[in-house]
Design a protein around this ligand. Structure first.
Ligand SMILES: [Zn+2]
Ligand SMILES: [Zn+2]
Length: 541
């Protein structure tokens, strides 16, 4: 039997962790809040470790999961970052400041970090089981990381020699002090050079930017990034941490940090796995890698407006970690179809192509639940598109009553839907309605004409009116008002038309009902309208 990649990873990790013989194992992920906190960041640093934690917890391991925000990192002042401020020119002065000190461009939060965390952090609760603790390097430098920094200054020669192995032609000079203070005058953290250590726990530094010379303690700055990474492992006692593929190259940053950890600090570096980025497809089908400081992507908050967290988790889980994921808010209905298919396979209602696909889809579906497990019996499925249509046919206050009734009447769902299924339908109605507003193609957006309009009928040529009358007649004969029967009636009514004529006929059909020449597929539209309501639009033909 083939296994899901996450289970293989979990097995492997289980063996390795056991050798560490710890009471509690620490999982960590790292993020730099340099701008837009996009959904791509959920993949490797949050969802993959969360799922592994849950699998391994079931096997009896105690695991604590962190996400570390690198809030002391310098704000680079890239074009997109500057553009976040109303006055780009003025924002130049924050270049090189630690992210945590850069003001909120919109003025609604304490600083840059808190502003951009707002569309991400609070939603971790929904995308995961919520058992993830957030720490910042700013806070760590007031505790464990400060201790680590002191230790680093003591053994800095050894540190330097190890790092220089990876620096090629730009080795750090002798007496290098790997600490970057925040300049007491201009506020930059990326332009100071430590000159000497004073009393073991302070440094005198000079700022290359403004020339200022000052003395500060080690909580007011940061360690060189490679050392800092090891420092986070050391401070939290990290046993597992995935890393982006850019860190994965042999002799690259991960390797150099592992070298430092083992040979200089004498700690066991965390186990890890590399992962690929998440890209997005734009409205005009361009594929762009999501980037935080480049402000390309969309946030977890934006995802939840139009789709369940399950769907995103499912996409992450069915894709091996080193394969690129491309997501698009414009393709949400398609993701729901794929998810529903996996759901049917999970409950044995449908067969997968082969055993491999079966395992991949079943297990990805099972693990797609942010909390708990799938319900015992298969929940009712209503296509996203149907709900997008229904949400436009009925006013919101009728969704729960008349909306559900129509789904039952058209046999899309059974008489007594399950609690979970019903809940999911109502939530999806809300999401699909937002999706229509923000991302749907024009033909999906419509407004029903309140009444059939004779003046519209007058614009329809007689040859089409004949067919529409035929259509009306066939629709009237339908006993069970559902997609299938409606579709058959429509086909029967238009079977003698050429492709082109049929297209023109449908333009008139849509004009009758929604006053414009295109709309969502006719069968679900009429089905959800109900028989009586549908036929009323044929009144004057
Ligand atoms: Zn704000
Ligand atoms: Zn300065």
């Amino acid at each position: 039997m083939p296994r899901h990649w996450i289970d293989e990873l979990a097995d492997n990790l289980y063996e390795k962790l056991l050798k560490r013989k710890k009471e509690v194992y620490i999982f960590n992920g790292g993020l730099s809040v340099s701008g837009l906190q996009h959904v791509g960041r959920l993949r490797g640093e949050i969802i993959i470790p969360e799922v592994l934690r849950r699998i391994l917890s079931k096997k009896g391991l105690k695991i604590k999961q962190y996400i570390t925000l690198y809030t002391q990192d310098a704000w680079k002042g890239k074009k997109a970052q500057l553009s976040a401020f109303p006055n780009h020119k003025e924002a130049e002065k924050y270049k090189g400041w630690p992210l945590i000190n850069v003001p909120d461009p919109h003025g609604c939060h304490k600083n840059w970090v808190e502003h951009y965390w707002e569309d991400f952090g609070p939603y971790l609760e929904e995308f995961t089981d919520g058992k993830i603790e957030v720490v910042t390097t700013t806070d760590l430098y007031r505790g464990k990381l400060l201790e680590f920094a002191l230790k680093t200054l003591e053994i800095r020669e050894k540190v330097r020699k190890t790092i220089n192995k990876y620096r090629g032609r730009k080795p750090y000079p002798e007496n290098w002090i790997p600490f970057e203070s925040i300049c007491g005058k201009c506020g930059r953290i990326d332009s100071t050079e430590a000159l000497e250590i004073i009393d073991h726990d302070k440094v005198r530094y000079r700022c290359r930017n403004c020339g200022y010379i000052g003395v500060t303690d080690l909580s007011n700055g940061k360690l060189n990034w490679r050392i800092e990474w090891v420092g986070v492992w050391w401070s939290l006692g990290v046993d597992f941490e995935p890393y982006g593929k850019d860190h994965a190259t042999p002799g690259g940053s991960r390797d150099s940090c592992v070298d430092l950890a083992v040979n200089v600090y004498g700690i066991e570096p965390p186990e890890g796995i590399p992962y690929e980025w998440v890209a997005m497809r734009t409205k005009d089908k361009k594929i762009l890698d999501m980037t935080s400081s480049g402000f390309i992507g969309f946030t977890p908050r934006e995802w939840l407006e139009v789709a369940h967290p399950h769907i995103y988790r499912f996409i992450v889980l069915r894709t091996p970690p080193m394969k690129k994921i491309i997501v698009s808010l414009y393709e949400i209905p398609h993701y729901y179809s794929q998810y529903y298919k996996a759901e049917r396979i999970y409950y044995g209602l449908e067969k997968a192509k082969n055993e491999e696909e079966e395992v991949l889809l079943k297990r990805s579906y099972e693990l797609s639940y942010p909390k708990g497990e799938p319900p015992k019996s298969p929940p009712e499925q209503v296509s996203y598109t149907h709900l997008a249509i229904l949400s436009q046919i009925l006013p919101r206050e009728l969704w729960r009553t008349e909306g559900i009734k129509r789904l039952i009447n058209t046999k899309i769902i059974p008489e007594n839907p399950s609690q979970y299924g019903l809940q999911r339908i109502l939530e999806t109605l809300e999401k699909a309605n937002t999706w229509v507003e923000k991302y749907a193609p024009e033909n999906m957006k419509f407004q029903l004409l309140p009444e059939p309009k004779p003046e519209i009928v007058k614009t329809i040529p007689e040859k089409h009116r004949i067919i529409l009358r035929k259509m009306k007649e066939l629709l009237e004969q339908i006993d069970e008002w559902n997609d299938e029967n409606i579709k058959n009636a429509m086909i029967a009514a238009t079977k003698d038309l050429t492709m082109n004529e049929r297209k023109m006929l449908y333009e008139n059909f849509y004009k009758l009902i929604i006053g414009k020449t295109s709309g969502p597929r006719a069968a679900p539209l009429l089905a959800l309208l109900g028989k009586e309501n549908s036929l009323k639009y044929f009144k004057y033909v």
